[in-house]
Each structure stands twice: as C-alpha cells, then as structure tokens.
Design a protein around this ligand. Structure first.
Ligand SMILES: Nc1nc2c(c(=O)[nH]1)N[C@H]1C(S)=C(S)[C@@H](COP(=O)(O)OP(=O)(O)OC[C@H]3O[C@@H](n4cnc5c(=O)[nH]c(N)nc54)[C@H](O)[C@@H]3O)O[C@H]1N2
Ligand SMILES: Nc1nc2c(c(=O)[nH]1)N[C@H]1C(S)=C(S)[C@@H](COP(=O)(O)OP(=O)(O)OC[C@H]3O[C@@H](n4cnc5c(=O)[nH]c(N)nc54)[C@H](O)[C@@H]3O)O[C@H]1N2
Ligand code: SF4
Ligand SMILES: [Mo]
Length: 718
C-alpha cells in the first residue's frame, strides 16, 4: 500500500500512483488507484501545481486504452484487402524488416519523395516522438511530409514565425490575471484549451469573473464556452477576418493604441485596414457594428486584456489573416508581454530557444501537382491524395502514418482511403486497426501512455503557468512490446541499411548512438543544460514542480534578427488582396446554401476512443445540428435523416434542431463515421454517425496551406 512514486508498479500492486493524462493539451496530473495491478479509478491530482485536481471524462477513461482488448499489442500484417482482409500477428523483427523493406524499395526505385509520411496528433503528446520520431522521419529525407498540423494550427505557426521569429514562440493569455478575455472560435469548456495549456479552465474562468473580469466569445454556435461567457455573439463562419480588421481600424482611428517600443510598422497596419470599418463588417459577419466598436473600446481600456483565437478561426479560408489580426490587436494595445495580457512561457526545456523545434520556413519547395508551398518542411495534408494518385516523377508510392487517422480527419478522407489502396506499400505505427490503418500492409503498435515515461516537451511551452513535471511509467512494458522510440530507432536503422544512397559511415554511427539514448536520458541532458529544474528534483516531486506565474521576457526572448516585432508580415498581409477579392466577388450565393462547421464534445477525442463504454454512453451526439428556422424552411422534421451535400461529397445523417446554432449554419462533429467494427482486431465502435470530412474540401486552403475545414457550403435536403 501507499504512494509508490518511482519505477513501474509490481504485478500485484495495490495502492495509489501518480500518472499523467496525455490525451489533450491540458496535460492533467492524475492519481490512479490500483488494485492487484489493475487501475480501478482515476482522479485529478490536487497537488499538481498546474492542473490542481482537474480531470475530464477522457482522463477518467485513460486506463480503458491500456486495458482495451481491441488494442493491438503485437505487429500485424494484412493478407487480402477490404472486407476480405485478414490480419495475422507477426513478430517484431519480421514486422520491422517488412516496413523497412517497403519504404526503402520505394525510395530506391523512385527516389526519396516516393515515401509519404503522415504524423497524427498523439505525436505531440509523446516524449519518444519528439526525441526519436522526428529525427527518424528526417533520415528519410522526403519532401512529402504531412501532418495533422495542416488541419489545425499552421496559421498560428506561420504568423508567429514571421512576427516573433519562431513558430512556437506564441504569447499565451495570462488567464489568471487578465480582466478581459476575448475569444474567437475556441471552445475550451469542451476542448480544455489549445495552444493555451489551461487545465481546469472552468475554475480559472470562475476566478476571472469573480475578480470583475469579462469573457467575450464570438462563435457561430452558442457553445458550452459561449454559455458561460459574459457575452456571446454569433459570427458567420469564415467572416472573422472582417470583424478583426474592423477592430484594428477602430483602435487606430480612435487612437486607442500603446504599442511597446520594439513594435514596428504601426502605420502600415493603419493603411492596410483603413477601409475595413465596423459598418463594412456587420452585413458580412452578422456582428453588429456597434458591438464591434464597443468591444474594441472595452478591450483597449481593460487593465490587462487578451485576445485569443483557436481552431474555429485557424481552420478557415483566412486563418492567417485572423491570427495576424489577433496578434496586432494584442500588440497595438500593449497587451503582449504584460501581466494580465499575454506572456511567453519559460519552460524547463526551451524547445524554442534551444532550436529543438525549427523556427519555421515557407515555400522552399512546392507540392508537385498543385504547386502549393511547404510550410516548416511539410506540405498541406490536403494535397496528399493527389500526390499519391497522380503519376510521374516524385509520385508517392509508399506511405507511413504515425499515430494518425487522416481518412477521418482530413478533407475528402474518403478519396484518400481509395488512394491508399493504390500504393505499392503502406505501414502504420498505431495502436488500433481503424479507417486509416486498415489500408496498411503492416501495423506496428507501440506501448501506451501508462507504460512510458512522460514529460511534455511541447505543452509546458504553451502553458498558462510555468511548471515542470516528469512522470515515470506506471506499468512496466511487457517483454514483447516496444516503446514508440524503440520502433523509431529500429526503423531509422533498418531503412537506412537498405537505401542505395546513404550517409557516410561516421554520420550513420553518430545517428545510431543518438537513437540508442532513451527519451528519458535525452531529457535529463536537456534539463541539465536548461538549469531551471533537474531530473532529480522532478523525480522527488512527481506531482510537478512549480516555477511560478508567467513573466515579461521581451524583447530578450524574441527570435527575430533585430529583436523587434513587425506588424506587417507581408506573407500574411499580401493575402488581404485575396480577402478583398473574395468580398468583392459578384457570385450570388445559392439561397438554399448553409455553412457547415465542426464541433468537439468533452467525451470525444478526435477520431478514437469511440469504443470505450465510459465515453460513448449518454445522449447521442453524432447528429447534424441545425437551427429550427432552417429546418422549417426546408420542411425537415428533427430526428429524421437528411442528405448533406458539398462540392466534394454527400452523407446521410440524423438531424437535430438546435437553437444554439446561428441560423444558416449547421454543425457535425469530426472523428465520426467509423468503418471498422467489432472484429477482434478492430475498434468495437459504439457510435453511429458520418465523417464530416467526406464533405470538407481539399481545394479550400488558407495562404499558409492550412485546410479550411469550417464554413463549407452545403445543402441539406430531407
Ligand atoms: N472537419 C474537421 N476535421 C478535423 C478537425 C475539425 O475540427 N474538423 N480537427 C482537426 C484536428 S485539430 C486534429 S489534431 C486532427 C487529428 O487528426 P489525426 O491525428 O489524424 O487523428 P486522431 O483521431 O487524433 O488519430 C490518432 C491516432 O493515433 C492513434 N494513437 C493513439 N495513441 C497512440 C500512441 O501512443 N502511439 C501511436 N503510435 N498511435 C496512437 C490512434 O489509434 C489514432 O489512430 O483532426 C483534424 N480534423
Ligand atoms: N474533448 C475534446 N477535447 C479536445 C479534442 C477533442 O477531440 N475532444 N481535440 C483536441 C485538439 S486536437 C484540438 S486542436 C483542440 C481544439 O480546441 P478548440 O479550438 O477550443 O476546439 P473546437 O471545439 O474545435 O473549437 C472551435 C470553435 O470554433 C467555432 N467555429 C467554427 N467556425 C468558426 C468561424 O468561422 N469563426 C468563429 N469565430 N468560430 C468558428 C466552433 O463552433 C467551435 O466552437 O481541442 C483539443 N481538445
Ligand atoms: S482535460 Fe481531460 S483529456 Fe485533457 S489532459 Fe486533462 S484529463 Fe486528459
Ligand atoms: Mo488538433
């Protein structure tokens, strides 16, 4: 009995053990009750200096992944295809050789770019993926790299790289001290925060309101967050840019600005936004001009204000303009690097300052078929299908996916699934057979969260408070299992051994030596040179070490060459021409047209965990949500099935009436539409529904290459 803090628990352990949840960006500290070696309950750890006892339903379900009989525990190989496919377990050695052979053969026959890589969301939540996964991908030297980032946050990175000099140098709302929190297109009450690691958002919001602060939300749906806001306004999907530009116009016209001394190009912004008035924005966005003016004045007058925009504004056609305008709003009002405004976290492992993550670059190469620029070494995942299906030099012939499900999570996923079947070879590093991995020839399943050591390289750098926490594995890895870093190290070696052209022996030996060091050893070294906290301290305090509230750090921490910030990043502001052209477009919209947006629910986790009992019970939540007036106008009864059609495809799904929707807007959750059911190796999926990404359009892109998943024009018929 008792709290055992270090080293995996013995088989028959009974007692409590600290753990960590890696399912979302809130990185909650956990307390697990274990009986006879099995987790019987999970609570939030009150002693964690960041999460302070917070937990959500997904964290409670964390052990369901570990215990899940559907989860793959040994590599499998596919024999046959589609409905007739059979999966046979093979041993690690054979599986790793098969994958290495498949990838190397494609590269040897057709060149390096014949390998396509897709990295999914859980990579950001695994230490081994940072220390070994990314270096392994680098050794493949392909330009056909894709990830979930281009259906998510590339606009943030694109803007931060240009304005602050590093793509992950992102100012974080100082939620614990701000008095005005202005939110565009985020739903932290369901998502628990993103690009703002903010566990226990509800508690921090209550404190904000208690000290007289306000939260104002702009969202086309009256979300869980909108409902607890001081004020919520509907905004037409895809139109936030004109609202934000109008706010800048008001700030400058009324001289409500007080930028820091190291901020340049204020006059350029004045010129760029001069014709974007609140009156111009009102008919386009649905947000009244007087509301835009009032919010702007309140924001400028607040004693510490923070504007924040998340998925709803990064995944639309002008995501970069929105993220730029949000930075301008914060910078012009002097709220960046200010307590109560936004601040830059100082993590114990400074991935930004240490160059562990590259600063960013753009348009060094372009996609072969459509000529879309890379960002940060990746092409938009929206071009992956055509790069597989279009013959010619540089065509992708083999794909490796790592912890991702692009068939459900990226635009026109259905066509991507078809493209996967045309490959010479496909492999997946994943713990489940799902809509994507079912197309692979081999699946390599690594260990899961409770079996591996954890430290959040990424999210401490985006957190609302400076803390550091190392969580040793709760359970030992079974002898015949592999950690993800071990899989990556082996793949790097075995692929390289088979490549016709490889680096010299000396370089290969150096790489190999690095890959041999475990993530924990690499982390220990990084901490030692960072000198903020040591591994020894973290081991002594598995609940986490508090390093204090965020502090002003500019201009010292700026990564720009001149340590100054330009408000006119031209790769973004040049895109205003495209915005103007789209606003001036004389195309008359179809009167039957509705705009489709996505949604997240507290009990959903992107496209997976739809087989855990705990998260799937309760009211169904797969339906298309639609305003009652829009239903009535089409003679549609709630609860019936409707056909939703976009340029790309069409789905049939149950519809529900929802006063919470802005009229003219409909919503579907993403990550639904499962096709792998109840087989021994598959998800025993317990939810109905369709994939929103059978409707989203790979042609709709932001200037950064990010997909415009929201605001998709659709029609809905009975
Ligand atoms: N229309 C629409 N589409 C969206 C979104 C939206 O809002 N609307 N959201 C987008 C966003 S923000 C994101 S991040 C993407 C997510 O898109 P993806 O990353 O492609 O999809 P996930 O559902 O996160 O898939 C995670 C996969 O990782 C596997 N996995 C889980 N844990 C591990 C592990 O420890 N190791 C390994 N190797 N595998 C593991 C799971 O089995 C699953 O297959 O979806 C995007 N798609
Ligand atoms: N429970 C749960 N939590 C999650 C996830 C999950 O799947 N489930 N996924 C995690 C991931 S990968 C991410 S990236 C984060 C995302 O975190 P958030 O961005 O907070 O999450 P979303 O719920 O996607 O919020 C987007 C909001 O934008 C709104 N919106 C849509 N279009 C527009 C528009 O044009 N303008 C405006 N102003 N708003 C718009 C939507 O109605 C929605 O409320 O969540 C993370 N947390
Ligand atoms: S909010 Fe929920 S899913 Fe996110 S880290 Fe905390 S417990 Fe896990
Ligand atoms: Mo995401």
């Amino acid at each position: 009995m008792g709290i055992l803090t270090n080293g995996p628990v013995p088989d028959d352990f009974t007692g409590t053990r600290l753990g960590v949840c890696n399912l979302c960006e809130a990185i909650c500290g956990l307390e697990l009750s274990i009986e006879g070696g099995r987790v019987t309950s999970i609570r939030g750890n009150e002693a964690d200096p960041l999460s302070r006892g917070h937990i959500c339903p997904k964290g409670v379900a964390l052990a369901d992944i570990y215990d899940d009989p559907d989860r793959l525990r040994r590599p499998v190989r596919r024999i046959g295809r589609g409905a007739d496919a059979e999966w046979v377990e093979i041993d690690w050695d054979e599986a790793l050789d098969l994958v290495a052979e498949g990838l190397a053969t494609a590269a040897n026959r057709h060149g390096r770019d014949a390998i396509g890589i897709y990295l999914g969301n859980p990579n950001a939540h695994s230490l081994g993926s940072s220390t070994h996964g990314l270096p392994m991908i680098k050794t493949l030297r392909t330009r056909n790299r894709f990830s979930a980032s281009s259906v998510d946050q590339i606009p943030h990175q694109f803007v931060a790289w240009q304005m602050y000099g590093h793509q992950l140098l992102l100012p974080i709302p100082d939620i614990d001290r701000t008095s005005y929190f202005l939110v565009f297109g985020a739903n932290p009450m369901a998502s628990n925060g993103s690009l703002m690691t903010v566990p226990d958002f509800p508690k921090r919001l209550r404190a904000l309101k208690k000290r007289g602060g306000r939260m104002v939300v702009l969202d086309p749906r009256r979300t869980e967050t909108a409902k607890v806001a001081s004020e919520h306004h509907f905004v037409r999907p895809g139109s936030d840019a004109v609202v934000l530009l109008a706010m800048l116009q008001v700030l400058l016209a009324e001289d409500l600005i007080s930028p820091a001394a190291y901020v340049d190009d204020v006059e350029a912004v004045r010129d760029l936004v001069s014709d974007f008035t609140p009156e111009h924005a009102e008919p386009l966005s649905g947000v009244p001009a007087d509301v835009i003016r009032r919010i702007t004045r309140e924001f400028a007058a607040a004693d510490g204000a923070a504007a924040y925009g998340r998925l709803g504004v990064s995944t639309h056609g002008f995501g970069s303009i929105c993220q730029w305008a949000i930075q301008c709003l914060n910078l012009l009002t002097g709220n960046v690097d200010r307590e109560g405004g936004l601040l830059f976290p100082e993590p114990a492992v400074d991935a930004v300052g240490r160059g562990i993550i590259g600063r960013g670059h753009f348009d060094i190469w372009r996609s072969r078929v459509r000529g879309i620029p890379e960002y940060g070494g990746e092409l938009p995942v929206s071009v992956m299908r055509e790069e597989i299906e279009t013959p010619g030099d540089g065509q992708i012939r083999a794909v490796l996916t790592v912890a991702g499900n692009p068939v459900l999570s990226t635009p026109d996923g259905k066509s991507l699934a078809r493209a996967f079947d045309s490959l010479d070879f496909m492999a997946a590093v994943d713990i489940y057979l799902n809509e994507t991995t079912r197309h692979a020839d081999v699946i390599l399943p690594p260990t899961t969260a409770l079996e591996r050591d954890h430290y959040d390289i990424v999210f401490h750098g985006l957190a609302v408070r400076n803390t550091a926490r190392f969580t040793p594995a709760v359970f030992a890895k079974p002898d015949d299992a592999r950690h993800d870093w071990q899989v990556f190290a082996e793949l790097a070696r075995r692929v390289q051994d088979r490549l016709d052209s490889k680096p010299g022996l000396r370089k290969r030996l150096a790489q190999r030596a690095r890959f041999a060091l475990s993530p924990t050893i690499q982390l220990t070294a990084l901490l030692a040179t960072g000198r903020k906290v040591s591994m020894r301290q973290m081991r002594a305090h598995p609940e986490g070490v508090d390093l204090g509230p965020l502090r002003p750090t500019l201009p010292g921490r700026l990564q720009t060459k001149d340590k100054r910030i330009s408000l006119n990043p031209t790769l973004v502001t040049d895109d205003l021409a495209r915005l103007r052209a789209s606003l001036a477009s004389t195309e008359v919209p179809d009167p039957d047209q509705l705009l489709l947006i996505g949604r997240r629910h507290q009990q959903d986790n992107n496209s997976w965990m739809h087989n855990t009992e705990r998260l799937t019970r309760g009211k169904p939540r797969h339906q298309l949500l639609m305003h009652p007036d829009d239903l009535a106008a089409r003679d549609i009864e709630p609860g019936t099935h409707v056909t939703v059609t976009s340029r790309v495809g069409s789905v049939v799904v149950e519809v529900a009436g929802a006063e919470d929707m802005m009229p003219g807007v409909v919503s579907l959750p993403h990550g639904y539409g499962h096709q792998v059911d109840g087989t021994r190796l598959g998800h025993a999926v317990k939810v109905p529904g369709v994939s929103i990404n059978d409707l989203t359009d790979p042609e709709r892109l932001d200037v950064s290459g990010n997909a415009a998943l929201n605001g998709v024009p659709v029609t809905v018929t009975a």
